[in-house]
Structure formats: C-alpha cells, structure tokens
Design a protein around this ligand. Structure first.
Ligand code: URA
Length: 426
C-alpha cells in the first residue's frame, strides 16, 4: 500500500506549497519503481519548473535521488577529487585535467557523459582513440584509481537511476532549464560517485546552459550548498563560455588538442582553465606542495594520460581518425576577429556529425571544427578562419547556415571578459 498518490504531490507543488520530506522521498522512489508514471512525473517536473523548490526541498530531492541507486565507496590510498563542468563548446578540460591532478598526487574518479545537442561529451571524444573503452566495472575503476590515479569512464548503471529516468523525461518535456532540477540532477550523480571533494566548473554565456552570469551564479551557489549539506569539500568556478575553449571543437580534434596541452603546449585558455581547476582540486584534496603548472609543463601529466588510455584498452600513440572532407571558411575581410560565438560553433560542429540529436545516435569521431582565429587575432582577407571536418559533406551547407552570424571582423580589438570570473568556496 503506497502512502500517497502522485496526484497529492503534483497538486501540492501546483498550488505553490512546499513539498514535505515524506512527499519527496516517496515520489522519487515510486517513480524509480515505476509506480509513478512518466506523465505524472512530467506534470510534477513542470510544476517544479514553474514554482521552484526551496533550499531544503532541493537538498531532500537530491538525497532521494542518491538513495535511488548505489553509492560507490572508493577505497583508494590517496584523497579522491572530481570535477564537473556544466557543459560547453570545445570544453575538453577533463582530458588533460584528470591525468594532471593524478600526476600531482590525488586520485580522480571522473564518471563522464556523452554529448547531447550542441555541447560535446567527454566519452564521445575519448572514443575517437582506437580501442578505448568507456564502460568499466566498479572493480576496474577501483584498480585503475590505485594503479594510475585517474579514470575517465561512463557512470555505472546503478548510479542515481532516478536521475537517469527523470533527465530523459525533462529532455522531452522542456523542463531542463530549471536550477533546482539541474542542481539536484548533477549533485545526485556526483554524491553517489563517492569522491571526497568536488570542483564545479559552472559556465555562462551563449555556449552554456546558463546564458547569464546571474543564473550561473545561482546554480553554482545551489550546488555548493547541496555539497556542503552532504559533507563534501566543494567549490565552484564561474567561467566564460561565450567563445569556444581552445581552437578545436569536436571529437578527435579535441583529443589532439588535449594531447598538445599534456605535452606542455596548447592554447592559452585551455592551459589556464586546466591549471586553475587543478589548483582548486588539489587544494580541496589537501595536496598543497605541488604546482600543477610545473607538472603540466614537465610532461609528467602526459605520462599519466598514456597509462590511463592504455589501461582502458586505448592506444595513446595511434593516429586519430581523419575526416573524409575538409571545408575551409576564409576570413571575409582584413582586421581583428572581434566575435566568435560558442553556440553557433557548437551547433555547426553538431551538424557536421560531432554531436547527436537523440541519445541513441552515433557520432563521427573525425567531425568537428578548427577555429584558426579566435577573438583578438588579426586576419587578412582570405586567411583560413574556420576549418569544417566531416565524413558527410552533405552536412556542410547546414553547418554554414549555423555559422552565418558566428563571427565578426572589425578594426579594433574586442574587450575580452576574463575566463574565470569568480570562485565560490564552500
Ligand atoms: N547535466 C545534468 O547532469 N543534469 C541536468 O539537469 C543538466 C545538466
């Protein structure tokens, strides 16, 4: 006999009441068990979207989603610390960051996702490495954390199953962009993962989920508060996502750029964000005697990367897939690139085949875009501005349409916002 009906809970939120702890525990559990139907949870999600949840409700909702599945208990001889990005365009930071932090002395269990829509997915990028395997068992994760110090893999099926169901539902009911639901979704998975500490990279700007700084800040504060409530050491960096990170957007192209960074080179913005996130992660993990900038430049992080890729069946020395077609977009004028819109570049890369429209769609390993000139760069008319990569040339016109207002070239250099605006510490 169930203690409530879904209608009780939906009506309460519809009428702007606070959901009781018992309501929340029951509805999340009953939805996971299939007692609450998708259409009922859709109505509740929309009521939450419209009427919100207060801090206590969000904390309880998150805890209920954690309890819907297993919680990993990581038995590692070093402090564990994880990073989560709210997603962006060209955001390959996890790739150099996880081995870098491991090379500095902490263990990094990085359970990652796939891309959906215009934002890329870490697993899709890594799968462009021949042989690399995303799916690991819990004992494999544990063993690799001990032997290598870093794991980037898919979340195990049993982790926060309530969120898995609810996220798929939100995706098709226009209830994704809701701070209480996003914060509880992200934090339930991260808490279930069992790391001691967590650094959030909360992005704002055209290429991010949160378009405005104010919304990103509210999301960051909500997630930090949830983490503190669960005893996590946690902080959040607010970072700009109005321009793609680095020059490469796509799958294999982002792996290649990450390897450049791990070898001590690469674009300045990718290096800056990687090093600052590493500093924050190491500080939360209590590792204070190492400078990640020095470790990155020394090539030690690359050594960890190579071992991490090999441990998951990949060949770090293998040639990455190349596209069947390359289309160059030339600079239309001489001047300074003053604008390069992250969202437009993300959509174009997606249309070229780097991303997927539905979860079950395949992605092209070689698809993506190389941005030869970023804001502030001087170009001459006819210089290559963007390089479009795809195996399906029929996708190029749609990508070019997405790029119509993606860039501007002017006479003066643009004022660039800082990459990292603020750090919110727990
Ligand atoms: N990422 C998640 O995991 N959940 C959300 O709700 C949004 C982004």
């Amino acid at each position: 006999m169930e203690p409530f009906t879904a209608i009780d809970v939906i009506r309460a939120k519809r009428d702007r009441e606070r959901l009781s702890d018992d309501h929340i525990d029951w509805v999340v559990d009953a939805y996971t068990r299939g007692v609450v139907a998708d259409e009922q949870m859709s109505a509740l999600a929309m009521a939450i979207f419209l009427n919100g949840m207060d801090a206590d409700e969000i904390t309880r909702w998150t805890a209920a989603m954690v309890s819907s599945g297993e919680t990993l208990s990581l038995d590692v001889d070093r402090p564990t610390v994880d990073k989560h990005s709210t997603g962006g365009v060209g955001d390959k930071i996890t790739l150099p960051l996880a081995p870098l932090v491991a090379a500095c002395g902490a263990a990094v269990p990085q359970l990652s996702g796939r891309g959906l829509g215009h934002t890329g997915g870490t697993l899709d990028k890594l799968e462009s490495i021949p042989g690399w395997r995303a799916q690991l068992t819990l004992p494999e994760i544990q063993a690799q954390l001990t032997s290598v110090g870093a794991v980037i893999c898919a979340a195990t099926e049993g982790l926060a199953p309530a969120d898995r169901k609810l996220y798929a539902l939100r995706d098709v009911t226009s209830t994704v962009e809701c701070i209480p639901l996003i914060a509880s979704s992200i934090m339930s998975k991260k808490i279930a993962e069992g790391a001691d500490a967590l650094v959030l990279d909360v992005k704002y700007g055209s290429g991010a989920f949160m378009k405005t700084y104010a919304d990103a800040r509210a999301l960051a504060e909500t997630m930090v508060a949830i983490g503190i409530g669960r005893g996590l050491r946690i902080s959040a960096l607010l970072t700009d996502m109005s321009v793609p990170l680095g020059h490469a957007v796509g799958n294999a192209v982002e792996v290649a750029e990450s390897v450049e960074v791990l070898r001590g080179g690469g674009p300045a913005d990718v290096v800056e964000l990687t090093v600052e996130l590493a500093r924050e992660m190491l500080s939360l993990a209590g590792v204070s005697d190492v400078d990640p900038a020095v470790v990155l430049a020394s090539g030690q992080a690359y050594e960890v990367w190579a071992r991490m890729i090999r441990a998951q069946g990949g060949d770090p020395d293998a040639e990455l897939p190349r596209p069947a077609h390359v289309h160059v977009v030339p600079a239309p004028a001489t001047g300074i690139v003053s604008h390069l819109d992250a969202y437009a570049i993300g959509v174009a890369a997606w249309r070229l085949g780097a991303g997927r429209a539905r979860k079950e769609d395949p992605v092209q390993a070689a698809a993506g875009i190389l941005c030869h000139a970023k804001p502030g760069a001087r170009v001459a008319e006819g210089d290559p501005l963007l390089e479009l990569h795809t195996d399906t040339p029929e996708a190029i016109p749609a990508a070019l349409t997405a790029l119509q207002d993606a860039y501007a070239i002017t006479d003066t250099a643009p004022a660039r916002p800082p990459l990292i605006t603020e750090t919110i510490r727990g």
